[in-house]
Design a protein around this ligand. Structure first.
Ligand SMILES: Cc1cc2nc3c(=O)[nH]c(=O)nc-3n(C[C@H](O)[C@H](O)[C@H](O)COP(=O)(O)O)c2cc1C
Length: 226
């Protein structure tokens, strides 16, 4: 049997994986970044082929990883995890530095970063697994805790969108894995109901510029309803 609930017991971190250069940079939220060897230090990053960042990492041959903390601004998660760089300049207005390979490194809400040069790319189906060798790494803020996927799900009530390798269709679950109440939010202008139970994204994690799909009212025009 396959009990998909068992997969929620796997632990992960949560990161911003970025690539590109000073003229065109992009990144995405990833929970599938991990160390694979110690000598030399090598890491794997699993990136959906449809992610805009996938083609940029392929072109650049390098990527950076920003380890973000538990209080990371929802705008950062919304910007990098639920929007595509195909439609927006995700790096605009952010605190960036550029690595030895030229890739952008997001410093907002970052406690440490790594920069890797791609040495191998493995096609794993829907995703590409980029194997990177460490070029540099640095601690930025030693006072905060790294955001884990479990903390993101249980405390921040976040969910992963379809492009995440660990996305699981709710219909495949025997029980509700989060055992939490989904909330509903009503647009005070047109009455449209945003029901979290039917969506991939928690209302709080929608980006500030998100608007009502029916009438275009702002997110702040929504109120929680029973
Ligand atoms: C919690 C969370 C975890 C995610 N993990 C991954 C991941 O490991 N790999 C991946 O390809 N996408 C993952 N995603 C989805 C991408 O971040 C998302 O599709 C993003 O909008 C892609 O941006 P891009 O098209 O600009 O590259 C995750 C999203 C969230 C919110």
């Amino acid at each position: 049997m396959i009990q998909f609930e068992a997969l929620f017991k796997i632990s992960y971190g949560l990161y911003i994986v970025s690539s590109g250069n000073e003229n065109k940079g992009n990144g995405f939220i990833s929970n599938t970044f991990f160390q694979v060897t110690a000598e030399p230090p090598r890491f794997a990053s699993c990136c959906n082929k449809d992610n805009h960042t996938a083609s940029i990492i392929k072109d650049t041959g390098a990527f950076s990883v920003s380890i973000i903390h538990t209080d990371t601004d929802p705008d950062i998660i919304g910007r990098f995890g639920y929007k595509s760089g195909k439609d927006t300049d995700k790096m605009a207005g952010l605190n960036l530095k550029y690595g030895k390979t030229g890739v952008p490194i997001v410093l907002n809400d970052c406690i440490a970063f790594l920069e890797c040069k791609v040495i191998q790319t493995i096609d794993v189906g829907t995703h590409l697994m980029f194997i990177g060798e460490l070029v540099q790494s640095e601690i930025i803020d030693d006072t905060k805790e790294a955001l884990t996927y479990s903390y993101y799900r249980k405390i921040r009530k976040g969910v992963a969108p379809k492009n995440a390798p660990t996305y699981i269709d709710k219909s495949k679950l025997v029980s509700n894995p989060f055992a939490i109440e989904y909330k509903k939010f009503e647009c005070t202008a047109c009455g449209y109901i945003y029901d979290e139970a039917d969506e991939d994204t928690r209302f709080a994690d929608l980006p500030d510029e998100w608007v009502c799909p029916v009438c275009g009212s702002e997110k702040s025009d929504f109120i929680e309803v029973q």
